[in-house]
Design a protein around this ligand. Structure first.
Ligand code: ZN
Length: 161
């Protein structure tokens, strides 16, 4: 199972590729530009950095093959809040959905949908894949909102006078 994630809203090509392997299987591969290289520390595990291939993938592209519990941890390190202390990942996602709804966040509806998908059988690999794909979509939307004020490649809004 590989889930394609986009962990930045950065439009620039990556300059480096960071990988984390275990037993010769890459658990995740992340492409970042110089400006966003610090984001690699939000993912978990020993890593190896090489120059990005040519043509370079877009900054923030992540091929994620982590088990769901670890993958959700990386979502928490990047954007997902309110997961609580429960060790069981469906409970963590439910807590995050409730927290997001409580705050009236734009991601609340998506998180509620994801939380409901887990009810179809959290141990089913197909359900886990679906949850991780939906989380990747919600992540991209959330990070686009979070990084929209950072300037690069974003539309400047001029206040009406
Ligand atoms: Zn970047």
């Amino acid at each position: 199972m590989t889930v394609l994630r986009q962990i930045t809203a950065c439009p620039h090509p990556a300059t480096r590729t960071i990988t984390h392997h275990t037993s010769h299987v890459p658990l995740w591969t992340l492409h970042l530009c110089d400006r966003h290289r610090h984001l690699a520390t939000r993912l978990i595990g020993a890593r190896r950095t090489t120059a990005a291939a040519t043509p370079a993938p877009r900054c923030g592209t992540c091929h994620d093959r982590q088990p769901i519990t670890r993958a959700i941890e990386t979502h928490e390190r990047l954007w997902l809040t309110g997961c609580g202390e429960d060790a069981h990942w469906p409970a963590r996602l439910h807590a995050a959905a409730m927290y997001s709804a409580h705050l009236g966040e734009p991601s609340a509806a998506a998180l509620n949908e994801i939380s409901q998908v887990t009810a179809h059988g959290p141990d089913d690999p197909d359900v886990q894949t679906r949850v991780l794909q939906l989380l990747a979509t919600a992540e991209q939307a959330a990070l686009t909102r979070i990084t929209a004020g950072c300037g690069q490649g974003t539309v400047e809004h001029t206040p009406a006078t």
